[in-house]
Write a protein that binds this ligand. Sequence first.
Ligand code: SDX
Length: 394
Amino acid sequence: ETGYITFDEGYGNTGSCKSNITFIDGEKGILRYRGIPIEQLAEQSTFLCSAYLIIYGELPTETQLNAFRSKVAGAARLHENFRHHFEGFPSKAHPMAVLSSMLNSLGCYYPEMSSNNREQDLELFDDAAALLISKVRTIAAMTYRMSLGLPFNFPRKDMRYVENFLHMMFTEPYDEYEVSQEVADALDLFLLLHADHEQNCSTSTVRMVASGGANLFASVSAGVGALWGPLHGGANSAVVRMLEEIHASGDDGSRFIMAAKNGKARLMGFGHRVYKNYDPRAKIFGEAAERVLKALGREDPLLDIAHHLEQAALKDDYFIERKLYPNVDFYSGIVLKAIGIPVEMFTVMFAIGRMPGWIANWKEIAETSNKIHRPRQIYTGYTKRDYVPMADRG
Ligand code: SDX
C-alpha cells in the first residue's frame, strides 16, 4: 500500500536496492554525490567535474578532468544520417519522444558499445559514457532547431560544455550566439543539481532495464521515457505553466493555494516522495534565479509569484501537515526561462543533467549484479474461476 517495491539485486537478500552513488536524507534535506554535500559541489564544482565524480566515484585530478573534458568535447557530433532520423519526425514532435528514440538509435551507430554482451559493454564503457554525455546535448539542440525549421548548428571543439550547447541551440547564420558568463554558470549549475538523485523513477527504470543485461543506450533511452511524466521530470515545465496561469489571472498566488488545499489544483514543484523537508536543490535554485535575473538586469513576475506561493504554503497547515516543501522543480524553470530555454525543452534539460546519474547507475548494476530485477506484487484480482463460452456470456 505504500507503493514501495522491494527486489533482490543479487545480494542474496530481498529488500531495497543498494547503491553507493548518491545519499539522500529526506527528513534532514540532505543530498550528497559520493558523500560530498550538494551545497559544496554547487559552490565549487562544475557539471562535468561532478559527472566524473558520480560516474567514477572520486573527484578527478586535473589530468583526469582534462582528459574527460576533451573526450566529451570530441564526441559532440552526430553521424550525418541522423538528419534522416530528424526528418522522419513531425516538426512539433515532443522533444522527449525524439530524445528517447534518438538515444536508442545512437546505439545502432556504435554496435560494439551496445552489444548486450556485458563484458564488452563494460570494456567500452568510458567511451560510451563520454559519448552519451556529449551527444545528448547535440540531439537536444537539433530537436529544438527542427521544431522551428531552423538549420542545425555543428558543435564546436573550442567551446566548453554548456557554451557549446547554447551555441548549437541559438546561433543563427551570420550571428554567433554570445554566451554571457552568468548564463553559462546558471546552466552549468542547473545540470549539476540534476546530475543524480538516488532511486527516483527514471533512475530506477534505468537500473531495471540494465538488470536484464541491456546496453547503456537502451537503458538511458528508457530513463527518458520515465522522466517525461508530469509528476517527475515534466514538473519543471508544469511549474512555469502554473506560474504563468496564475500571473495571467491577476492572482498573486493566494487563490491558487486555496484551490490546491481544496484538491482542485496541484502546487507543481511542491512535495516529494523522499524529502519531507526542504529539497536542498530548491534552496540553491531559488538563489540562482535571483542571481541570474539580476546579472541579466531582468525581472520576472513569475519569481515574485513563486516566492509568494512558497511563503504562503510554508505557513499553511495543509502543506505543513503533509510535509510539502519546494522541490528541485519549483525554481529551476525560472532559471531556464531567464537563460532563454523554451519551456517545451525544460524536461529535456533535466535529462541532459541526469545523464551522468543514469550512466553511473547502469555501471553499478553492470558491475555488481547478475540478477534481473523482478519486483513481486500483492495480487488483488479474481481467485481461480472457469472459462465461460461466448454463448453463456451475458
Ligand atoms: C522530481 O524521486 C525523485 O528524486 C524525483 C526528483 C529527482 O531529482 O529525480 O526529485 C525530481 O520528480 C521532483 C518531484 C516533481 N513533481 C512535482 O513537483 C509534482 C507535484 N508534486 C506531487 O505530485 C507529489 O508531491 C509527488 C508526486 C512529488 C510526490 O507524491 P507522494 O509523495 O506520492 O505524495 P502523494 O501524491 O501521496 O500526496 C500526499 C498528500 C495528498 O493529499 P491527501 O490525499 O493526503 O489529502 O499530499 C498531497 C496529496 O494530494 N500533495 C499535494 C502535492 N503533493 C502531494 N497537494 C498539493 N500540491 C502538491 N504538489
